[in-house]
Design a protein. Structure first.
Length: 253
């Protein structure tokens, strides 16, 4: 072979060796993390890295989401009460709005800028960031719904505990559906479709069977709503563990 041909073949073998080393390293990394330490990851995210870093550059969209949620909740309550619906129905329908708003706006900004994704190491992937944000937005929704239920209970002189239990169960059911869509469809679009279906079904029930919808929320035991919320929270954590598992991540590369 000529000198140029020998140089070309040497380059090919060098690239092949580098590829083989990368594959071996990837196999070792996946074998070491086949059972991910979800608790350790959450500690790294919320303690060592910090919430500020997790939501770096997202203060504007989070503020917008809060404003949109407050206005939407106010209009929803007003419209439902004008139509004779119960305050519990309004709380059930509006409970996931903050979760959905913050997630949608932060995801859109992250996809556009990719600023956080560029800072990630080999240890964690975008799906880890996704799971951490989903958990953080559940917590924000939980706090917001607590304040929301307290304000409605004072304003309309209704059972504040029932209001909170109803909104808590709604938030967790919505979170479960969102994560289930993500796991089932292996992407954000399927999760968004599931969430859109949730809101559509709620509004269809309100439109076609308003009396039944409101009566169920007023007459079902409070402990049932609390139980649904707690079970939903436990199942949601298991879903987040699945999202961060290597078996899920491998099918998305």
């Amino acid at each position: 072979m000529s000198g140029r041909e020998e140089e070309f073949m040497a380059g090919v073998w060098e690239k092949a060796e580098e590829k083989e080393q990368a594959v071996r390293a990837a196999k070792v990394l996946l074998s070491e993390t086949e059972k991910p330490d979800f608790a350790g990851f959450m500690k790294d995210t919320f303690v060592n890295i910090g919430v500020k870093q997790l939501y770096a550059g997202m203060a504007d969209v989070i503020s917008i989401a809060f404003v949109i949620t407050v206005l939407s909740v106010y209009l929803l309550v007003k419209v439902m009460l004008d139509k004779g619906e119960s305050i519990y129905a309004a709380a059930f329908c509006s409970a996931p709005l903050l979760y959905a708003g913050i997630f949608a706006l932060t995801w859109m900004k992250e996809r556009g800028s990719g600023c956080y994704e560029l800072q990630m190491s080999c240890k964690y992937t975008f799906f880890h960031v996704l799971a951490a944000r989903m958990l953080g937005e559940c917590f924000l929704g939980f706090v917001f719904n607590g304040m929301y239920a307290f304000a409605l209970a004072l304003r309309y002189q209704v059972d504040g505990i029932r209001l909170f239990a109803v909104s808590f169960s709604s938030l967790m059911l919505f979170s479960l559906l969102f994560a289930a869509g993500l796991l089932w469809g292996r992407g954000i679009r399927s999760a968004l479709c599931c969430c859109g279906g949730w809101f559509l079904i709620n509004f269809l029930f309100l439109f076609f069977a308003p009396a039944v919808y409101g009566r169920l929320l007023q007459e079902l035991p409070v402990l049932l709503f609390i139980g649904v919320g707690v079970c939903g929270m436990c199942l949601h954590i298991r879903q987040l563990m699945s999202i961060t598992a290597p078996s899920f991540r491998k099918t998305n590369y």
